[in-house]
Design a protein around this ligand. Structure first.
Ligand SMILES: O=P(O)(O)OC[C@H]1O[C@H](OP(=O)(O)OP(=O)(O)O)[C@H](O)[C@@H]1O
Ligand SMILES: Nc1nc2[nH]cnc2c(=O)[nH]1
Length: 169
């Protein structure tokens, strides 16, 4: 679906935009949403030209039967105190929007100086919640995608490109 070159070009564009937008900030705290974010966050953070710190957070759906699950729980919190910090949540994909919605409420309640969101992929046709990330890499169709950090039953995360697999979503 997306080649190595297309992804690299878009990540560079996003990093230029983010570096420009935060040029006046002392520091940006990038909060990656595990696990799918790990390659995108690595590439994006290295391309930024501003001061940044990296942190991680992990959530999990209750139960595995239904996707997307309506209820999420926090399974690993960030280490940093986010009060007064410029925070950017970085995730690989926005599907129903439940994860990003949950996290923006959770982290927004910690009095950050600012809170924005960045996703590499968005499936506009799947949104269950009206949420628009501040930075979006690509809009994609309603299919299951893998590679560049994204998995299918924990496989394919290390593929350098983004591909589509047959799976009911
Ligand atoms: O918009 P939503 O419907 O909430 O879906 C998006 C979330 O789903 C994926 O995570 P997943 O739960 O598959 O975990 P993983 O990142 O560990 O693979 C992805 O990384 C997002 O965090
Ligand atoms: N790997 C992967 N995770 C997702 N989470 C929500 N949609 C997707 C998808 O298409 N692929």
């Amino acid at each position: 679906m997306l080649t190595v070159e297309q992804i690299a070009r878009r990540v560079q564009e996003l990093s230029r935009q983010i570096s420009r937008d935060y040029a006046a900030a002392d520091e940006l705290v990038m909060v990656g949403v595990l696990r799918g974010c790990y390659i995108f966050l690595a590439d994006l953070s290295r391309a930024l030209t501003i001061r940044r710190r990296i942190d991680f957070i992990a959530v999990s759906a209750y139960g595995q039967q239904v996707y997307p699950s309506d209820s999420l729980r926090l399974i690993m919190d960030v280490r940093s105190d986010l009060a007064g910090q410029h925070v950017l949540i970085v995730d690989d994909i926005l599907d129903s929007g439940l994860t990003l919605n949950y996290l923006t409420h959770l982290l927004g309640a910690r009095n950050p100086a600012s809170l924005r969101t960045c996703v590499l992929l968005r499936k506009p046709g799947r949104l269950k919640i009206d949420i628009t990330p501040d930075y979006i890499g690509f809009d994609i169709p309603e299919v299951w995608v893998v590679g560049y950090g994204l998995d299918c039953s924990d496989r394919y995360r290390a593929l350098p490109y983004i591909g589509q697999v047959d799976r009911l979503i």
